[in-house]
Design a protein around this ligand. Structure first.
Ligand code: PMP
Length: 417
């Protein structure tokens, strides 16, 4: 393939384009097409923004209808039909239907906006500055969310100190260390030098950190710790929310209720920029204008978001994920891990990682390059980018799922043997 035309963009367009040197023009469901007509199976899914597939026909129809009827596109904080309809639908059919009670706040177009709003609110409510975050987490690239993120590469461009966060080990990191006890010690020991936090923030499955599913019981203990010490629990569901794990809210698995939830990516339906926070009603201490922004609650995103929720419920997306989870888990165990004993796999729902950290050299990079040559789009995450992330559309047709997994297995074989 001639990649020359891309080299001129190297200094302007960073990262993903280097791994996927072609020009994409269209996409439908799980398939992305480039301008030569070549088709690729997409197991990257906009890093979780495309849970319901590219150009999902149901969502697309709602968006096109809205445009054809000259629906208002931009209205700042004014009331609009899409806003009302989204709030009503989400509250009634998802939030309350699952026994939760949250207010919905529109916070911007992208995931980091949701994290920033959650942080800001927690500090405002508790009048404390410190926040506990987990090592290995990824929460975004603006300064507040970046302060939570421990990945050295992500932090490299910050240029300023990133303060008011205490990082604690994730439960998988140091076998034998009880991280909940460790946190409690930091909170209660007046010689720890650590301010009691306003909040503890976490992803229930660390995604960009390398696909680590945090144990259910551990999540429950963190909830109890927060209750005991008057600390808010924030769950960042930006990447693992919207059904990705087999539950619409990833924390439903643990039967816990966070105080604040950060959501983005697939809450925008099918790739629309949209971010919200869910907050327990008693936390709503915002005064008018205290947290605003021009592209919060963008109308087309609201239309797509409501249609996305309808699709999720009407098409029983969570059930589809659980069915596919079994297929992927079996394939990982019986096909991928069998290729080489140094390969480790782990995951939940339709979010899986193939870990090449035990190999010398950059095997994960070679694997995604080889997979791309063979017609599969996958990305890398985790420590030293050594984990290949497998993240298909949630209702990926079974034959496409199988085909994509086979390409992955063959690509790994081509690289490691
Ligand atoms: N939180 C999590 C868990 C994420 O995975 C991401 C994006 N990968 C973000 C926050 C930030 O979202 P965005 O890139 O849309 O700002």
């Amino acid at each position: 393939m001639n990649t020359e035309p891309f080299e001129q963009y190297e200094s302007e367009v960073r990262s993903y384009c280097r791994n996927f040197p072609t020009v994409f023009v269209s996409a439908k469901g799980s398939i992305q097409k480039d301008e030569t007509g070549r088709e690729y199976i997409d197991f990257f899914c906009g890093s979780g923004a495309l849970n319901y597939g590219h150009n999902n026909p149901y969502i697309k129809r709602k968006v096109v209808e809205y445009l054809e009827n000259d629906g208002v596109l931009h209205a700042l904080d004014m009331y609009t039909a899409p806003k009302r309809d989204f709030i009503e639908y989400f509250e009634q059919n998802v939030i309350r239907a699952r026994g939760f009670d949250y207010k919905i706040q529109f916070v911007g177009p992208t995931g980091t906006n949701a994290v920033e709003a959650a942080l800001k609110l927690a500090r405002k409510v508790k009048k404390r500055q410190n926040v506990f975050a987990l090592m290995g987490a990824f929460h975004g690239m603006t300064l507040g969310s970046l302060a939570l993120t421990t990945n050295a590469d992500s932090r490299a461009g910050a240029g300023v100190p990133l303060n008011n966060v205490t990082h604690v080990p994730a439960p998988y990191m140091f076998p034998g260390l009880d991280t909940v006890e460790y946190m409690e010690r930091l909170i209660t020991d007046d010689h720890s030098g650590v301010e009691k936090p306003a909040a503890i923030i976490l992803e229930t499955t660390q995604a960009d950190g390398g696909i680590y599913v945090l144990p259910t019981e551990w999540l429950q203990r963190v909830r109890a710790l927060c209750d005991k010490h008057d600390i808010l629990m924030i769950v960042d569901d930006v990447q693992v929310g919207c059904g990705r794990t087999g539950w619409f809210f990833s924390f439903e698995r643990a039967g816990i209720t966070p105080d604040i939830v950060a959501m983005s990516k697939s809450i925008g339906g099918y790739g629309m920029p949209f971010a919200i926070t869910l907050l327990k009603p008693e936390l709503d201490l915002w005064k008018p204008g205290e947290h605003n922004g021009t592209f919060r609650g963008y109308q087309l995103s609201l239309v797509a978001a409501k249609a996305g929720l309808e699709y999720m419920l009407n098409e029983h997306v969570e059930d589809a994920v659980r069915e596919r989870e079994q297929i992927v888990a079996k394939f990982m165990r019986e096909e991928i891990e069998m290729i080489d004993s140094r390969i480790a796999t782990r995951g939940i729902g339709l979010l899986w990682g193939v870990d090449f950290g035990a190999f010398e050299g950059d095997v994960a990079k070679a694997v995604i390059t080889e997979a791309f040559k063979n017609g599969l789009i996958v990305e890398r995450v985790g420590r030293r980018d050594s984990v290949v992330k497998v993240m298909p559309e949630l209702k990926v047709p079974l034959e496409t799922l199988e085909k994509g997994l086979k390409i992955l297995a063959q690509s790994i074989r081509n690289v490691v043997s």
